[in-house]
Design a protein. Structure first.
Length: 81
């Protein structure tokens, strides 16, 4: 017969498995919702590096332009305060 510790461990394992399954499903849905990665940067038309396309599904900008874009977004957000 299982004691309380065994029962608690089983519940925890089930909860972890459920959370991991839900997280995997969320990631699949997010990946499906993304547009395909671009071959050329949205801003400068330079080719987007292959490693970037492999690691960032749906990438739209090269690393340099994405950095600039994020900085501009941050500046605009701070100006709006």
């Amino acid at each position: 017969m299982a004691d309380d510790a065994d029962w608690a461990g089983e519940i925890t394992d089930q909860e972890v498995a459920s959370i991991l399954k839900a997280r995997a499903q969320d990631q699949q849905q997010q990946t499906r919702a993304l547009p395909p990665s671009r071959e050329l940067c949205l801003d400068c038309d330079d080719p987007i590096e292959d490693y970037r396309k492999r690691t960032i599904p749906g990438v739209q900008r090269c690393a340099e332009c994405e950095d600039w874009h994020q900085r501009e977004k941050t500046i605009r957000a701070h100006q709006g305060r």
